[in-house]
Design a protein around this ligand. Structure first.
Ligand code: FAD
Ligand code: DLZ
Ligand code: SF4
Length: 506
């Protein structure tokens, strides 16, 4: 029996469920299509990465003698949609069955479920086994729990997969070493330059194609240096383990003006496209600790991101979709300011984080959360617009991971389902954890007035605006008690400054 097997642009793993039990006569279909490249304003480097990685993966399959149909973006008969390309392949091959792996986004999952009727063909949608926690296992864990806290999920995963464990106890005696991690930056930090791959012929062709069709999209292609195949991704991982992992924990939350890469791994795009598997990354980091080349605080902190956060947000996504996408608990409705696209703002922290995002299709976690996201939270920006921005601008962005991070962790749009309190912060946090304020025209120490850091008054204005919704949160008791003691003229100044500032947006 011959099967048609679809592989998407973020399913580039030889162990992919839909590539299992390939038989002679089966055909694999991969397609570069306008619908996937254009459903948000994807960064030019993200499109180039995905297309080049798809072409390299197709070559790997061909080398293994897999029969393949590959539609390039410029092919004259390209229909522009996955459904259109599946239809063409069915008409050509008359397969007996269509085999798919669960996609990473709900919109495609819904579409896949219509294909049995659309194509009048048996359709098998296989579970994506590249994750450590299946969707079913996550729902079972979540069942009956009032609040889903990542820390408890993570501990169970450590036990279940025996990662950094000594029997039933965590290695070193603690689950978490954050008291040693997350230090403010110190002068003289000098992270190594990022791992870079010189574009090969395939990538150069793709770069020309992206220039031709997507030059109106966000970002640019200059200095494109991302890896585009499994070998590149493994090299990137090696370099991280050797050069950066030992310092990962200590500087995990630090932000340095003009230094986008810090001691982070820069592997999110490889993991999410399938060029690396989470378990192999985790085991490599664990081995570095056993070998004595990286300390436990760094290794545990890093593993928590992948075994904990990454799997946890995926679980939340599939548990709550489609409702999660429209959640707006704080009723935020302000349009996204233009500077998220242009970097044209006098706020140095935002200007740096947006321009680095534009240059690299990358920003590290704290830039995403505590600068770009914190501003969107405090200014009350519409979650739908914020989500569309994050989904477009990062090379590692797919909705299953982007949406819970934005609507849950960053905007509190889910009303506290994912995070126990909003990650709202004034300029003091950014000043402590970064060097941006030294280069800013605003004064981080000033609370109100023309020169005051906007994060300062916007923070209190946010608490005032959302008092009814947040005051009863036990973790918000302290700021609300401070607010209660605040003099009326100070509150009036905060509200005036905020209104004046917010009126200038857009
Ligand atoms: P490192 O800091 O080196 O961490 C290692 C790995 O841990 C990452 O590659 C990633 O796979 C995983 N990880 C770390 N934090 C998270 C997290 N909160 N959720 C899921 N995985 C995590 N990550 C994405 O992969 N895609 C997104 O679209 C995305 N959008 C985000 C939006 C916001 C508002 C925030 C606050 C975070 C977002 N993240 C997203 C999580 C995190 O910022 C990125 O995974 C990370 O910055 C990728 O860079 P890195 O590989 O250098 O990560
Ligand atoms: C991100 C992306 C882009 C830009 N282009 C394609 C494409 O042309 N063909 C394809 O199969 N996949 C692409 N992708 C990845 C998909 O958008 C991704 O598979 C879904 O969003 C599900 O996670
Ligand atoms: Fe950002 Fe305020 Fe610091 Fe300027 S002063 S960099 S706006 S936190």
């Amino acid at each position: 029996m011959s099967c048609l097997r679809l592989v998407l642009g973020d399913q580039l793993s030889p162990s992919l469920a839909s590539l299992r039990d390939l038989q002679a006569g089966d055909v694999v279909l991969m397609a570069e299509v306008a619908e996937e490249a254009g459903y948000v304003n994807h960064h030019q480097k993200k499109i180039a990465f995905v297309f080049s990685a798809m072409r390299h993966f197709a070559d790997e399959l061909r080398r293994k003698d897999v029969e393949l149909i590959y539609t390039e973006y410029d092919d004259t008969d390209n229909t522009g949609s996955l459904a259109g390309e599946v239809r063409r392949a069915i008409e050509r091959l008359s397969p007996e069955r269509l085999i798919l792996t669960e996609p990473g986004e709900f919109r495609l999952y819904q579409e896949f479920n219509t294909w049995k009727d659309t194509f009048n063909l048996p359709v098998e949608i296989r579970a994506d086994t590249r994750f450590l926690t299946s969707i079913e296992a996550f729902s079972a864990w979540a069942e009956g729990r009032k609040s889903l806290r990542m820390e408890f999920f993570y501990r169970e995963a450590r036990r279940q997969h025996q990662i950094l464990m000594r029997g039933d106890e965590p290695e070193g005696g603690q689950w978490n070493y954050d008291q040693e991690n997350r230090q403010p930056p110190r002068d003289g930090l000098n992270p190594p330059p990022p791992f870079r791959v010189e574009p090969d012929e395939i990538t150069r062709e793709v770069l020309d194609l992206v220039t031709k069709h997507f030059s109106g999209h966000f970002g640019h292609l200059e200095h494109f240096g991302y890896g585009v195949c499994r070998e590149d991704a493994l090299n990137a991982l090696d370099v991280f383990i050797e050069e950066r992992l030992p310092h990962f924990g200590t500087w995990q939350d630090a932000m340095v003006d003009g230094e986008p890469w810090m001691y982070h791994a820069h592997i999110g795009l490889y993991l999410n496209a399938g060029l690396l598997l989470p378990i192999e990354v985790i085991r490599r980091a664990e081995q570095a600790w056993h070998d004595g080349t990286a300390p436990l605080n760094a290794v545990e902190g890093f593993i928590r991101q992948i075994l904990g956060w990454r799997e946890y947000v995926r679980g939340i996504y599939w548990l709550t979709m489609p409702d999660y996408a429209s959640a707006n608990a704080l009723e935020a409705d302000r349009p996204l300011p233009d500077f998220y696209w242009t970097a044209d703002t006098e706020m140095r922290c935002l200007q740096q984080c947006v321009s680095e995002t534009r240059d690299n299709a990358y920003a590290h976690h704290i830039q995403r959360l505590m600068v770009l996201g914190n501003f969107a939270l405090l200014a009350g920006i519409d979650p739908a617009e914020v989500n569309a921005w994050y989904l477009a601008v990062y090379a590692d962005a797919y909705e299953w991971v982007e949406l819970p991070n934005v609507s849950g962790m960053t905007l509190y749009a889910d009303g506290g389902y994912l995070a126990s309190k909003p990650y709202a912060a004034s300029g003091a946090y950014i000043n402590r954890m970064s060097t941006y304020c030294r280069h800013c025209r605003y004064k981080v120490a000033a609370k109100t007035g023309q020169d005051a850091c906007p994060f300062n008054y916007l923070y209190w204005d946010f608490l005032i605006r959302n008092k009814d919704k947040l005051k009863t949160n036990p973790r918000m008791g302290m700021p609300y008690r401070t607010l209660e003691r605040m003099a009326e003229d100070k509150i009036a100044a905060i509200r005036d400054d905020s209104q004046r500032f917010l009126d200038t947006l857009r």
